[in-house]
Design a protein around this ligand. Structure first.
Ligand code: DLL
Length: 432
């Protein structure tokens, strides 16, 4: 099986635009009729639902931001009556109230199909067993991949995250074909396997579907080598559905967006004007296929770019590049923009361990960034002078890539906290 939904995944641009135009007009009307928040925004903009006829009219519509969900907490933006909701999820975020999302039966169907498309694009089939080590619960990771696996007809193994030694035992005993978890947890599992003397080559596992946090190409290479699998990226966010909004294909060079359900745009985060293909900016989604929470032009804060170039896998769905990070994760160090993914890139290209943490302090009104990187056992046994030499070498590579200096501290093997879900890469102690 090459595609889960071949007629959509390989549709012509004309067909896709037709579907998108029809669905956009319908959700705009639904929002205007059923969500007081949207009716007010449309009235303020002097817009009537009839003004939106084609997908090109999308730029006439106002944006939605996370704060709008918080202001209408918990269910104020739902566009269907209470009895039509069959599922509720929420995303914790780091500050403020939870972001609450709801689904009708049809919304769960859309989401499951998106996740099933992702699994098939990663080479998954009906005959596979899929080990799901994303957290189950209000977080969308576990249940999203679970419903995707079942929609495909594969066997979902709902392990959830945590208890790493048990994960390893199940990888050995249940012989799953595909592992789903965050990329940082994949590395934690790989490292624990190595520690326990389990040979990854002996496992049946052949692929992994990893997402929910930014990760670099270097980290992909590391995971592929430690677990002896192919590692595929999957992107999504609760506000739009959950995992499966976009996914890697066999080319592993950008994620196809399920644009028949989730229409993507990239805008300049300052001017909010759309930018051309290939230009990085803020990713914006409109949920054109959804009923319960059809968000319009939702600003994700994720920094990415789109490409409509043909893909050798045969899918015509637009591709988005791996998000570089979030505009709100971006650190500003002495005026220079730094993404944790750039730091990760430097660390891994120098052949260091993929376990690191960035600590930012402010000393005498000056930002000080310290990158703590774990040493391998081999480096740890080196003389102090050698360790200092390596720290200098890394600091100089950081300076040339980031354009700002960073202190580098090589720390003891296994001394930094390990992740079971989304990794905490940055500790910002500045009181700003
Ligand atoms: O993380 C949904 C998900 C679960 C996606 C499992 C993939 C796999 P939230 O908790 O709402 O939902 O967090 C969404 O996580 O806006 C991005 O900043 C980040 N993110 C998700 N996937 C990726 C990825 C889930 N593949 C937020 N690469 C998003 C980079 C990602 N960042």
């Amino acid at each position: 099986m090459k595609y889960f939904d071949p007629q959509i995944e390989t549709a012509s641009r004309e067909t896709l635009c037709g579907i998108q135009s029809e669905r956009l007009a319908s959700i705009v009307k639904r929002c205007y009729d059923h969500v007081p928040f949207y009716r007010r925004k449309f009235d303020e903009a002097g817009l009537l639902p009839g003004d939106v006829k084609s997908i090109d009219d999308i730029t006439k519509l106002p944006f939605t931001v996370k704060q709008d969900l918080r202001d209408n907490y918990p269910f104020g933006l739902f566009a269907v009556p209470r009895e039509d909701i069959v599922r509720i999820h929420a995303s914790s975020g780091t500050t403020g109230k939870q972001t609450v999302v709801g689904y009708t039966e049809n919304d769960v169907e859309i989401w499951s199909r998106s996740a099933a498309r992702a699994i098939v694009a990663a080479g998954g089939t009906k005959a596979d067993r899929i080990h799901i080590a994303y957290g189950y619960g209000l977080f969308t990771g576990g249940l999203g991949l679970h419903y995707g696996a079942e929609k495909l007809g594969a066997a979902a193994i709902p392990v959830s995250s945590g208890n790493t030694m048990r994960q390893i035992q199940l990888l050995e005993d249940f012989e799953p074909d595909i592992l789903c978890c965050t990329p940082s947890y994949a590395l934690t599992i790989g490292e624990a396997m190595r520690g326990a003397g389990v040979d990854a080559k002996k496992l049946r596992l052949r692929a992994g579907i990893f997402g929910a946090e930014p990760w670099t190409e270097a980290m992909r290479a590391e995971i592929e080598s430690v677990l002896d699998i192919k590692a595929y990226d999957i992107y999504g966010l609760s506000e739009i559905a959950g995992p499966g909004v976009s996914f890697d294909c066999c080319m592993q060079n950008g994620m196809h967006v399920c644009e028949d359900y989730f229409y993507p745009e990239i805008v300049d985060p300052d001017t909010l004007e759309p930018v051309p293909d290939g230009t990085f900016g803020e990713l914006v989604f409109t949920c054109i296929g959804k009923e319960a929470l059809p968000l319009i032009r939702y600003r994700t804060r994720d920094i990415s770019c789109l490409t409509h170039e043909t893909c050798e896998c045969g899918r015509t769905l637009v591709k988005m590049m791996k998000p570089k990070g979030r505009s709100d994760d971006m650190l500003i160090i002495r005026g220079v923009n730094v993404f944790p993914s750039q730091v990760e890139h430097v660390i891994l290209t120098l052949g260091l361990e993929p376990n690191y943490q960035i600590v930012v302090d402010r000393a005498k009104n000056l930002d000080v960034m310290t990158v703590c990187v774990e040493m391998s056992d081999a480096v740890f046994s080196d003389a102090v002078r050698e360790v200092e030499r390596r720290e200098k070498e890394i600091a100089s590579a950081m300076q040339s890539v980031l354009g700002v200096s960073a202190k580098v501290r090589l720390v003891e093997p296994r001394s930094l906290p390990r992740s079971e879900g989304k990794a905490v890469r940055v500790v910002d102690n500045r009181k700003i």
